[in-house]
Design a protein around this ligand. Structure first.
Ligand code: 4AD
Ligand code: MG
Length: 561
């Protein structure tokens, strides 16, 4: 972390006389942390005004300044003699100011304040048209989604951003400490990992078609007779060259004729190419879309999971993980689903289902402990404003072993529930709905539950078939508030079984041949899982809607910015 001295040194080392001097700003977090010990010191701080009010009949103003480095704001005092106060006090105004750290008068709630000596920069706000409310007025999170480009200035979205950052950092820290390599798997893919057909397609066919249509309007395609005429001309030019050569004409004349012939031939090629241009999406003879004309010369999609690709690295480097955006074109309008979400996916060679569960449990506990150690202030904000039990939940989860029960046992327990009537009836073979998952973790066990060995019919083709031939070595981690946080499995490592499972799922073999190769050559027992990163943030913060814990939510009907 750069101290003021280090920042000043850095600035001095890179002095360029022809440029504006570098900015030596102290973060508000650091000013507040050192507290009264730095009273009398002069610092430069920058931020956005949360609330501003003129006092003493307009002789000075208090500004609550926030720069996102922490939840708390710094109280800043500006005298009217230093700057016109009306230009500083509107919520949202940005300022860069130099001032002296002061201990406030006894009895005020701040432990420190800043008395401004110079206003260096201001980004003014017209309070009447600023979309966010003034100061501490609460605005529903739902309304904030309509101003996604400004909502990061609110306390809530700021706190979520810091928590999200800490969870991402903790993720890398956990896997790094445990010997995993971070692998960047592709976002554009040609294989459907979950085999569920919920993929967004990546294509340039539409923009190509639009371009062609426009171009044909301006410059219509040549007719057949245009092409024939150009061919005749090229033949004539060819004959002229032959005649000159036969007559042993001078080199200069022959060269000139050859150049003309080349021009005529190029023209034929160009006209032939353009005569093929047709408006609309290219189709094959049987009426299907000719994807061989698309950018990748085949169909391509946004990935639903990096798992299949990361398996190739696990089957070489043993412990790996990927962490990136994933996309699902499912028409879900729930508070737990996004069309674009981030997933953390470890994959471990020489690991079975129990190893997988152990890793998932250790990882989730590590994340909870990390937030308790690194994010107290923001977690306290969550407790105060969103969920009284958020911190207790982190404490409980970081210190209690997760319950582990088979799917069969879970179904038995749910079938015996009389205290509640489920909307979706429970019987062996069903995909557990959110209401069942939450009942298990919130009511029956009151802690995280790992359910394992699901019926093969409801799970993806890559999960290892158990000896009973009815279930697969799958596991889901269910947590209070959220339901399913993690989905994972031991992978099918037997070539013949995997091939049959792909076919049974009604999937074509061709796109999965490379995946089958991992079983043809040096196959190895291996397991992995995927943690929904936004669901982890919901679980940690107690926030209700997944659209508020990702900076730019994408869901059916909405993709702002
Ligand atoms: O259970 P899922 O579909 O598992 C996979 O994609 C595996 N390929 C992962 C693996 O084994 N490497 O998704 C994993 C997790 C879910 O448990 C859930 O937390 C989250 O991803 N998730 C979603 N989060 C937000 N919006 C959606 N539409 C989600 N779908 C899944
Ligand atoms: Mg799942």
């Amino acid at each position: 972390m750069a101290t003021d001295a280090a920042t000043a040194e850095m600035a001095a080392a890179s002095l360029c006389d022809d440029l504006e001097p570098a900015t030596t700003r102290t973060r508000i977090r650091d000013v507040l942390a050192t507290g009264a010990a730095r009273a009398g010191e002069s610092v430069v701080v920058g931020g956005w005004v949360r609330t501003g009010r003129e006092q003493g009949k307009g002789s000075f103003a208090f500004l609550e300044l926030s720069d996102g480095s922490c939840a708390a704001a710094l109280q800043v005092i500006v005298d009217a003699a230093v700057h016109p106060l009306a230009r500083l006090t509107a919520t949202g105004t940005s300022v860069l100011v130099e001032g002296v750290i002061k201990e406030p008068p006894q009895g005020t709630k701040q432990n420190i304040e800043l008395k401004v000596s110079r206003v260096l920069e201001v980004g003014e706000v017209d309070a009447a048209s600023y979309p966010l409310p003034k100061g501490k007025v609460k605005i529903p999170l739902e309304t904030l989604r309509d101003v996604v480009h400004l909502r990061s200035r609110t306390n809530t979205i700021g706190a979520v951003a810091r928590i999200r950052h800490q969870l991402a950092f903790a993720t890398h820290s956990f896997f790094h400490e445990n010997g995993f390599l971070y692998v960047h798997t592709p976002i554009i893919t040609t294989s459907d990992c979950e085999g569920a057909g919920e993929m967004f397609q990546v294509t340039t066919l539409f923009s190509q078609a639009e371009k062609t249509e426009k171009e044909l309007k301006e410059n219509p395609a040549p007719s057949e007779s245009d092409v024939t005429a150009a061919k005749v001309l090229a033949q004539e030019k060819g004959a002229a060259v032959a005649q000159l050569k036969g007559a042993k004409a001078g080199k200069q004349d022959i060269d000139a004729a050859v150049a003309e012939l080349k021009k005529a031939k190029d023209n034929v090629a160009r006209l032939e190419e353009r005569s093929k241009l047709k408006p609309g999406i290219p189709l094959r003879d049987d009426g299907t879309v000719a994807f061989e004309n698309d950018f990748f010369k085949r169909q391509a999609f946004l990935t639903v999971s990096g798992q299949l690709q990361v398996e190739t690295y696990a089957c070489a480097l043993s412990s790996v993980y990927t962490f990136g955006p994933t996309f699902r074109a499912e028409n879900s309008h729930t508070s737990r689903h996004l069309a674009e979400f981030w997933m953390v996916e470890p994959e471990i060679a020489f690991a079975n289902l129990q190893d997988d569960m152990n890793c998932a449990e250790k990882y989730v506990q590590y994340l909870c402990k990390w937030l308790l150690d690194h994010c107290r202030e923001d977690m306290e904000f969550m407790v105060k404003n969103y969920d009284k039990s958020a911190i207790e939940r982190l404490e409980l989860v970081s210190s209690t072993p997760f319950v582990r029960i088979s799917y069969t046992k879970a179904v038995e327990l749910l079938m015996n529930v009389t205290a509640k009537k489920f909307e979706n009836p429970v019987e062996w073979g069903i995909d557990l709905a959110s209401e069942h998952e939450r009942y298990l973790t919130e009511e029956i066990f009151k802690k995280p539950v790992i359910v394992y060995n699901y019926p093969k019919g409801i799970k993806a083709f890559y999960m290892r078939l158990n000896d009973d031939q009815k279930t697969v070595a799958a596991m889901d981690v269910l947590v209070p508030k959220v339901g399913e946080l993690i989905g994972g499995s031991q992978r099918e490592e037997r070539f013949d079984v995997l091939k049959q499972r792909i076919l049974d799922a009604g999937l074509p073999l061709e796109p999965y041949e490379w995946y089958l190769d991992l079983r043809r050559f040096g196959s190895v027992k291996h397991s992995g899982f995927g943690l929904g990163f936004e669901r982890m943030i919901l679980f940690a913060t107690g926030m209700e809607n997944i659209r508020d814990v990702i900076p730019f939510p994408r869901y059916p009907g909405r993709a702002d910015l």
